[in-house]
Design a protein around this ligand. Structure first.
Ligand code: AMP
Ligand code: ZN
Length: 134
């Protein structure tokens, strides 16, 4: 028996509002509902985060993200989405079973804030690039 809360949802030990299920993964409503329809897609096998999951499972999951998002667009009238996966505490991961957030967007003040700071005046882009490709 697993201590992982998402494994418990997979095993029906605790309830989840499941909107999609197949042999590989599950999609269910996030309790927090950052915006209406906020959904998590998880693999049925336990992986800690995105870098642990195998490529076949990951590619299947992203197809499921698209299916689920299209349904939210059709049924709830979402105008766009933020598709997010937090990895490790530093990035805000609180449940250590890999998951992809589907966060529907309805307007600019609907509850989700994606803040991408512009640091272009402070950093040396060439230096970062060289480190990555050398
Ligand atoms: P993260 O912070 O990226 O690890 O996301 C974990 C998410 O899981 C949070 O948005 C929580 O609201 C959500 N969550 C935690 N427990 C449950 C649960 N039992 N059912 C549905 N969502 C959950
Ligand atoms: Zn798990």
């Amino acid at each position: 028996m697993s201590d992982c809360i998402f494994c418990k949802i997979i095993n029906h030990e605790i309830p989840g509002k499941i909107v999609y299920e197949d042999d590989v993964c599950l999609a269910f409503l996030d309790l927090s509902q950052t915006t209406d329809g906020h959904t998590l897609v998880i693999p049925k096998q336990h992986f800690n985060h995105i870098l642990d999951v195998d490529a076949d499972t990951l590619s299947h999951m992203i197809k499921v993200v698209q299916i689920v998002a299209k349904n939210i667009e059709n049924k709830l009238g979402a105008k766009g989405f933020n598709i997010v996966s937090n990895m490790n505490e530093i990035a805000g991961q609180s449940v250590h079973h890999f998951h992809i957030h589907i966060i529907p967007r309805y307007n600019e003040s609907d509850g989700f804030k994606a803040i991408y700071t512009d640091r272009s005046n402070e950093v040396d882009l060439d230096k970062i690039y060289t480190k990555l490709v050398d």
